[in-house]
Design a protein around this ligand. Structure first.
Ligand code: ATP
Ligand code: MG
Length: 265
Protein backbone atom coordinates (compact mmCIF):
# COMPACT_ATOMS: atom_id res chain seq x y z
CA UNK A 1 0.00 0.00 0.00
CA UNK A 2 1.36 3.44 -0.86
CA UNK A 3 1.90 6.08 1.82
CA UNK A 4 -0.83 8.68 2.38
CA UNK A 5 -0.36 11.90 0.43
CA UNK A 6 0.20 14.16 3.44
CA UNK A 7 0.78 13.14 7.02
CA UNK A 8 1.09 15.75 9.72
CA UNK A 9 2.28 14.21 12.97
CA UNK A 10 2.28 15.88 16.38
CA UNK A 11 2.82 19.32 14.82
CA UNK A 12 3.54 22.12 17.25
CA UNK A 13 4.11 25.68 16.03
CA UNK A 14 4.79 28.68 18.19
CA UNK A 15 5.01 32.40 17.65
CA UNK A 16 7.06 34.89 19.52
CA UNK A 17 4.85 37.03 21.71
CA UNK A 18 6.99 40.07 22.41
CA UNK A 19 10.61 40.13 23.43
CA UNK A 20 11.65 40.86 26.90
CA UNK A 21 14.21 43.59 26.34
CA UNK A 22 14.34 44.94 29.87
CA UNK A 23 14.87 41.62 31.53
CA UNK A 24 17.40 39.38 29.97
CA UNK A 25 15.03 36.49 29.90
CA UNK A 26 14.85 36.52 26.09
CA UNK A 27 11.62 36.35 24.12
CA UNK A 28 8.56 34.40 25.08
CA UNK A 29 6.80 31.96 22.80
CA UNK A 30 3.23 30.83 22.61
CA UNK A 31 2.18 27.54 21.02
CA UNK A 32 -0.59 28.38 18.56
CA UNK A 33 -0.70 24.86 17.11
CA UNK A 34 -0.26 21.99 19.56
CA UNK A 35 0.34 18.33 18.71
CA UNK A 36 -1.82 18.40 15.61
CA UNK A 37 -1.94 15.16 13.64
CA UNK A 38 -3.91 14.69 10.46
CA UNK A 39 -3.69 12.61 7.30
CA UNK A 40 -4.80 13.73 3.86
CA UNK A 41 -5.40 10.77 1.56
CA UNK A 42 -4.97 10.65 -2.19
CA UNK A 43 -7.89 12.07 -4.13
CA UNK A 44 -9.34 13.39 -0.90
CA UNK A 45 -10.77 16.73 0.13
CA UNK A 46 -9.80 17.17 3.75
CA UNK A 47 -11.76 19.91 5.50
CA UNK A 48 -10.15 21.81 8.37
CA UNK A 49 -12.67 23.81 10.32
CA UNK A 50 -12.60 25.82 13.54
CA UNK A 51 -13.18 29.21 15.06
CA UNK A 52 -11.10 32.26 14.25
CA UNK A 53 -7.63 32.05 15.77
CA UNK A 54 -7.75 28.26 16.24
CA UNK A 55 -4.59 27.78 14.17
CA UNK A 56 -5.89 26.70 10.72
CA UNK A 57 -3.84 29.17 8.68
CA UNK A 58 -0.79 28.41 10.79
CA UNK A 59 -1.06 24.72 9.83
CA UNK A 60 -1.37 25.72 6.16
CA UNK A 61 1.59 28.12 6.30
CA UNK A 62 3.71 25.48 7.99
CA UNK A 63 3.02 22.88 5.29
CA UNK A 64 3.96 25.48 2.64
CA UNK A 65 7.27 26.20 4.38
CA UNK A 66 6.30 29.74 5.43
CA UNK A 67 6.30 29.15 9.18
CA UNK A 68 8.77 27.09 11.21
CA UNK A 69 7.87 23.84 12.93
CA UNK A 70 8.72 23.73 16.61
CA UNK A 71 8.10 20.04 16.99
CA UNK A 72 6.64 17.29 14.86
CA UNK A 73 6.73 16.02 11.36
CA UNK A 74 5.21 16.78 7.94
CA UNK A 75 5.49 13.87 5.54
CA UNK A 76 4.52 14.31 1.90
CA UNK A 77 4.25 11.24 -0.31
CA UNK A 78 6.42 9.29 2.14
CA UNK A 79 9.20 11.93 2.44
CA UNK A 80 9.87 14.20 5.43
CA UNK A 81 9.39 17.86 4.44
CA UNK A 82 10.70 19.43 7.65
CA UNK A 83 14.28 20.48 7.04
CA UNK A 84 17.10 21.10 9.50
CA UNK A 85 16.06 24.70 10.17
CA UNK A 86 12.52 23.66 10.98
CA UNK A 87 10.88 24.86 7.77
CA UNK A 88 9.17 22.54 5.31
CA UNK A 89 11.09 22.43 2.04
CA UNK A 90 9.37 23.97 -0.94
CA UNK A 91 7.54 21.30 -2.89
CA UNK A 92 6.02 22.29 -6.28
CA UNK A 93 3.63 19.36 -5.94
CA UNK A 94 1.98 21.31 -3.10
CA UNK A 95 0.35 24.62 -4.04
CA UNK A 96 -1.72 27.13 -2.15
CA UNK A 97 -4.67 29.31 -3.01
CA UNK A 98 -5.49 32.28 -0.89
CA UNK A 99 -8.57 34.01 0.40
CA UNK A 100 -7.92 37.22 -1.43
CA UNK A 101 -6.69 36.95 -5.05
CA UNK A 102 -6.35 40.74 -5.10
CA UNK A 103 -3.33 40.40 -2.87
CA UNK A 104 -1.93 37.19 -4.27
CA UNK A 105 -2.06 38.01 -8.02
CA UNK A 106 0.45 40.58 -9.28
CA UNK A 107 -1.67 43.42 -10.75
CA UNK A 108 1.02 44.36 -13.28
CA UNK A 109 1.09 40.91 -14.89
CA UNK A 110 -1.26 39.52 -17.53
CA UNK A 111 -2.96 36.21 -16.83
CA UNK A 112 -0.64 34.69 -19.47
CA UNK A 113 2.39 35.78 -17.40
CA UNK A 114 0.75 34.75 -14.11
CA UNK A 115 0.22 31.21 -15.39
CA UNK A 116 3.59 30.91 -17.17
CA UNK A 117 5.69 31.98 -14.17
CA UNK A 118 5.21 28.88 -12.00
CA UNK A 119 5.60 26.63 -15.06
CA UNK A 120 8.97 28.24 -15.84
CA UNK A 121 10.20 28.21 -12.24
CA UNK A 122 9.13 24.65 -11.48
CA UNK A 123 10.12 23.36 -14.96
CA UNK A 124 7.20 20.97 -14.72
CA UNK A 125 5.96 22.12 -18.14
CA UNK A 126 8.28 22.40 -21.18
CA UNK A 127 8.57 25.97 -22.51
CA UNK A 128 7.13 24.91 -25.85
CA UNK A 129 4.01 23.57 -24.10
CA UNK A 130 3.32 26.57 -21.83
CA UNK A 131 0.92 28.36 -24.19
CA UNK A 132 -1.13 25.25 -24.82
CA UNK A 133 -1.26 24.24 -21.13
CA UNK A 134 -2.25 27.78 -20.13
CA UNK A 135 -5.18 27.69 -22.57
CA UNK A 136 -6.14 24.29 -21.20
CA UNK A 137 -6.08 25.59 -17.62
CA UNK A 138 -8.33 28.51 -18.54
CA UNK A 139 -10.82 26.16 -20.16
CA UNK A 140 -10.75 23.86 -17.11
CA UNK A 141 -11.54 26.86 -14.92
CA UNK A 142 -14.40 28.00 -17.17
CA UNK A 143 -12.52 31.18 -18.09
CA UNK A 144 -12.70 32.74 -21.57
CA UNK A 145 -9.61 32.28 -23.75
CA UNK A 146 -9.16 36.06 -24.07
CA UNK A 147 -8.60 36.26 -20.31
CA UNK A 148 -4.95 35.38 -21.06
CA UNK A 149 -4.33 38.96 -22.17
CA UNK A 150 -6.11 40.60 -19.25
CA UNK A 151 -4.71 41.77 -15.96
CA UNK A 152 -6.31 40.85 -12.61
CA UNK A 153 -8.20 44.15 -12.29
CA UNK A 154 -9.90 43.44 -15.63
CA UNK A 155 -11.54 40.32 -14.18
CA UNK A 156 -14.44 39.79 -11.79
CA UNK A 157 -13.77 38.55 -8.24
CA UNK A 158 -14.89 35.03 -9.13
CA UNK A 159 -12.77 35.03 -12.29
CA UNK A 160 -9.76 36.21 -10.30
CA UNK A 161 -10.17 33.38 -7.83
CA UNK A 162 -10.39 30.93 -10.75
CA UNK A 163 -7.15 32.40 -12.13
CA UNK A 164 -5.64 31.75 -8.67
CA UNK A 165 -6.78 28.16 -8.95
CA UNK A 166 -5.44 27.87 -12.51
CA UNK A 167 -2.10 29.21 -11.31
CA UNK A 168 -2.04 26.65 -8.50
CA UNK A 169 -2.64 23.95 -11.12
CA UNK A 170 0.18 25.20 -13.33
CA UNK A 171 2.79 23.01 -11.60
CA UNK A 172 0.52 19.96 -11.86
CA UNK A 173 0.30 19.61 -8.06
CA UNK A 174 -0.95 16.60 -6.11
CA UNK A 175 -2.13 18.75 -3.20
CA UNK A 176 -3.69 22.19 -3.06
CA UNK A 177 -3.94 23.95 0.28
CA UNK A 178 -6.96 26.24 0.03
CA UNK A 179 -7.29 28.70 2.91
CA UNK A 180 -10.75 30.35 3.02
CA UNK A 181 -10.49 30.53 -0.75
CA UNK A 182 -14.18 31.13 -1.40
CA UNK A 183 -15.06 33.14 1.71
CA UNK A 184 -14.97 36.48 -0.10
CA UNK A 185 -17.22 35.35 -2.96
CA UNK A 186 -20.99 35.60 -3.16
CA UNK A 187 -22.94 32.38 -2.79
CA UNK A 188 -23.49 31.45 -6.45
CA UNK A 189 -19.92 32.29 -7.47
CA UNK A 190 -18.70 30.35 -4.46
CA UNK A 191 -20.71 27.29 -5.53
CA UNK A 192 -19.20 27.50 -9.03
CA UNK A 193 -15.63 27.63 -7.71
CA UNK A 194 -16.29 24.79 -5.23
CA UNK A 195 -17.75 22.59 -7.95
CA UNK A 196 -14.74 23.26 -10.18
CA UNK A 197 -12.46 22.26 -7.31
CA UNK A 198 -14.39 19.08 -6.69
CA UNK A 199 -14.17 18.30 -10.41
CA UNK A 200 -10.38 18.63 -10.27
CA UNK A 201 -10.21 15.75 -7.89
CA UNK A 202 -11.74 13.55 -10.60
CA UNK A 203 -10.03 15.02 -13.66
CA UNK A 204 -6.58 15.95 -12.33
CA UNK A 205 -6.39 13.67 -9.27
CA UNK A 206 -5.75 16.65 -6.99
CA UNK A 207 -6.27 16.41 -3.23
CA UNK A 208 -7.18 19.43 -1.13
CA UNK A 209 -6.47 20.57 2.39
CA UNK A 210 -9.51 22.79 2.48
CA UNK A 211 -9.68 25.36 5.25
CA UNK A 212 -12.89 27.16 6.08
CA UNK A 213 -14.81 28.45 9.04
CA UNK A 214 -18.00 27.78 7.05
CA UNK A 215 -19.50 24.44 8.04
CA UNK A 216 -21.93 24.48 5.10
CA UNK A 217 -19.03 24.73 2.65
CA UNK A 218 -17.07 22.03 4.48
CA UNK A 219 -20.07 19.69 4.42
CA UNK A 220 -20.51 20.34 0.69
CA UNK A 221 -16.93 19.51 -0.30
CA UNK A 222 -15.09 17.47 2.32
CA UNK A 223 -14.66 13.70 2.63
CA UNK A 224 -12.81 13.92 5.92
CA UNK A 225 -13.02 16.70 8.51
CA UNK A 226 -10.88 17.82 11.42
CA UNK A 227 -12.17 20.37 13.91
CA UNK A 228 -9.62 22.69 15.51
CA UNK A 229 -9.99 24.67 18.66
CA UNK A 230 -7.37 26.73 20.39
CA UNK A 231 -4.47 25.14 18.50
CA UNK A 232 -5.56 21.51 18.84
CA UNK A 233 -7.63 19.08 16.81
CA UNK A 234 -10.58 18.15 19.02
CA UNK A 235 -12.24 15.77 16.59
CA UNK A 236 -11.46 14.19 13.22
CA UNK A 237 -13.79 11.88 11.33
CA UNK A 238 -15.24 11.11 7.91
CA UNK A 239 -17.49 14.05 7.00
CA UNK A 240 -20.72 12.05 6.95
CA UNK A 241 -20.08 10.72 10.44
CA UNK A 242 -18.93 14.02 11.88
CA UNK A 243 -22.04 15.84 10.71
CA UNK A 244 -24.46 13.04 11.67
CA UNK A 245 -22.95 12.11 15.02
CA UNK A 246 -20.42 14.61 16.37
CA UNK A 247 -18.54 13.16 19.32
CA UNK A 248 -16.90 16.19 20.85
CA UNK A 249 -18.89 18.76 22.74
CA UNK A 250 -17.22 21.62 20.85
CA UNK A 251 -18.16 20.08 17.48
CA UNK A 252 -21.76 19.82 18.67
CA UNK A 253 -21.67 23.46 19.74
CA UNK A 254 -20.30 24.47 16.33
CA UNK A 255 -23.02 22.53 14.52
CA UNK A 256 -25.75 23.86 16.80
CA UNK A 257 -24.62 27.41 16.11
CA UNK A 258 -25.51 27.11 12.41
CA UNK A 259 -29.21 27.01 11.45
CA UNK A 260 -30.08 23.65 9.88
CA UNK A 261 -27.08 21.83 11.34
CA UNK A 262 -28.53 21.02 14.73
CA UNK A 263 -30.22 17.81 13.57
CA UNK A 264 -27.43 15.44 14.58
CA UNK A 265 -27.95 12.59 17.05
N1 ATP B 1 2.80 36.05 12.70
C1 ATP B 1 2.20 35.86 13.88
N2 ATP B 1 2.79 36.24 15.03
C2 ATP B 1 2.23 36.01 16.23
N3 ATP B 1 1.03 35.39 16.40
C3 ATP B 1 0.39 35.00 15.29
C4 ATP B 1 0.93 35.21 13.98
N4 ATP B 1 0.05 34.70 13.07
C5 ATP B 1 -0.98 34.20 13.78
N5 ATP B 1 -0.79 34.38 15.11
C6 ATP B 1 -1.69 33.92 16.19
O1 ATP B 1 -1.79 32.51 16.08
C7 ATP B 1 -3.12 32.08 16.38
C8 ATP B 1 -3.65 31.24 15.24
O2 ATP B 1 -3.81 32.06 14.09
P1 ATP B 1 -4.29 31.50 12.70
O3 ATP B 1 -4.15 32.59 11.71
O4 ATP B 1 -3.58 30.22 12.41
O5 ATP B 1 -5.84 31.19 12.99
P2 ATP B 1 -7.01 30.78 12.01
O6 ATP B 1 -7.64 29.53 12.56
O7 ATP B 1 -6.51 30.71 10.62
O8 ATP B 1 -8.05 31.98 12.17
P3 ATP B 1 -9.04 32.68 11.10
O9 ATP B 1 -10.24 31.77 10.99
O10 ATP B 1 -9.39 33.99 11.73
O11 ATP B 1 -8.31 32.82 9.79
C9 ATP B 1 -3.92 33.33 16.65
O12 ATP B 1 -4.01 33.50 18.04
C10 ATP B 1 -3.10 34.44 16.03
O13 ATP B 1 -3.28 35.64 16.71
MG1 MG C 1 -6.97 31.80 8.89
Amino acid sequence: MSAPLLEIKDLTVSYQVGSNLLHRGGSRHRDVVRDVSLTVGRNQIFGLVGESGSGKTTVARTVLGLTAVRRGSVIFDGAELVGRRGFCVNQPRIQMIFQDPNNSLDPSMTVRQILAEPMIISRVVARSAIEEFSAELLATMDLPADALDRRPYQLSGGQRQRVGLARALATKPDLIVADECTSALDVTVQAHVLNLMMGLRETAGVSFLFISHNLGVIRHVADQVAVMRDGSVVEAAPAARLFAAPQHEYTRELLDSVPGFGDHE
